[in-house]
Design a protein around this ligand. Structure first.
Ligand SMILES: *[C@@H]1O[C@H](CO)[C@@H](O)[C@H](O)[C@H]1NC(C)=O
Length: 370
């Protein structure tokens, strides 16, 4: 009897330690404990050329070293960028349809090896697929996926689903991020009877800084279909995207939450294609935070029903706050995570910020075991 109990206990413990990151209300949980996702951005080593086409082996030593340093500092999460604007992956036909994850057939193994590497250091990885913060899509590849449903479906079938399947259930997968800052390419000032597609509320806020290219109807379908595809292959995987400013991600402050479940489902029609958590970026302007910044508001101010990670911030535009203060603010004001920008150029002060909060536990543990 005693032995049976011990065996049962061991079995339960083994089961618990094999749990993945999940969302519960406005918090993250791992191994039955609330956790705070503390970490940083290592967006790229070679911009848009880190994964696929035999590129990973060249950058892996540098990325592994950054993962090791982050873990050593007490951080638990790293965000990296995969396709960006399709400069080197996925593989496209001359007419703009995706035919494979990459030309040389290494991308899937590269992503798997990234996650296996992170697992050794108990670090969660956020692979960010696309980038909307710049307008360098000269070959119109990303553009085709955003605006043409058949092209988007080709990416989902030939690259996204195989990639998600390759690392299905991986414990070092924090979340799939569909796109970084799509607002850089959105058309501001669009009047539309449907609130989800109307950008009048953000027309003087800087939306469309890279180009006035996309309507929300297209961008939200782009996100909805990919989120649904991730869920179809790996139902336990979390999905997010990163906004340039909370102004596009809240119905408070006189703004519109374009990325609500309702807006994503309306645009793309796929029920499962919604986000598990939100991710705000915040930079000060002329040494002041704007009134919507997560560094002058608690998470509850946005009226959202999911966890919020402050996914980009840096000391160069932080209204005088230092890294320790930035990490502390996010930890103590209802946010579920904080990822500084960026580890390659400003690593030491960011790792100090992670160390500063690493022992805290009242709003979630920072130390994690994967
Ligand atoms: C965290 O806790 C450890 C162990 O108690 C201690 O040695 C360390 O100084 C603490 N670090 C910080 C930054 O509070």
């Amino acid at each position: 009897m005693k032995i049976a109990c011990v065996l049962l206990l061991v079995a339960l413990m083994v089961h618990e330690s094999s749990q993945r990151l999940t969302v519960s209300g406005k918090t993250f949980r791992l191994n039955n404990q609330q956790v705070f996702l503390s970490g940083g951005n290592l967006p790229w080593i070679n911009y848009a050329r880190d994964f696929g086409n035999h590129q990973w082996s060249k950058v892996k030593p540098k990325i592994e070293e950054q993962i090791r340093l982050l873990h050593q500092a007490g951080g638990n999460t790293m965000r990296l960028w995969v396709h960006i604007q399709a400069e080197s992956s996925p593989k496209f036909s001359s007419s703009g349809f995706v035919t494979a994850p990459d030309n040389d057939g290494t991308l899937l193994n590269d992503i798997k090896d990234l996650l296996d590497t992170a697992l050794k250091y108990d670090v969660l990885i956020i692979p960010c697929l696309w980038n909307g913060a710049v307008n360098q899509d000269n070959a119109h590849r990303l553009e085709g996926l955003v605006t043409n449903q058949q092209k988007l479906q080709s990416y989902i079938d030939k690259a996204l689903k195989p990639m998600v399947a390759k690392v299905k259930g991986h414990k070092a997968l924090g979340a799939w991020e569909i796109i970084n800052e799509p607002e850089g390419l959105m058309i501001p000032g669009v009047k539309d009877n449907t609130k989800c597609y109307d950008t009048v509320a953000t027309q003087n806020d800087g939306m469309g800084w890279a180009a006035h290219k996309y309507k929300y109807k297209d961008m939200l379908r782009f996100i909805n279909w990919q989120a649904a595809a991730v869920k179809a292959v790996d139902p336990g995987a979390l999905v997010t995207m990163g906004v340039w400013n909370p102004k596009s991600n809240t119905d408070h402050f006189g703004k519109v939450n374009h990325y609500s479940d309702a807006c994503l489902r309306l645009a793309g029609g796929k029920h499962a294609g919604v986000l598990d958590f939100y991710q705000f970026h915040s930079y000060s302007w002329q040494n002041k935070w704007d009134n919507v910044s997560p560094f002058v508001n608690s998470a509850s101010a946005y009226g959202l029903n999911k966890p919020i990670v402050v996914g980009e911030f840096w000391e160069k535009e932080s209204a005088g706050m230092n890294m320790n203060e930035l990490f502390s603010y996010a930890y103590n004001h209802g946010y579920a995570g904080a990822w500084s920008w960026d580890l390659m150029t400003y690593g030491p002060s960011q790792r100090a910020g992670m160390t500063h909060i690493k022992n805290l536990s009242n709003h979630g543990k920072v130390h994690i075991d994967l």
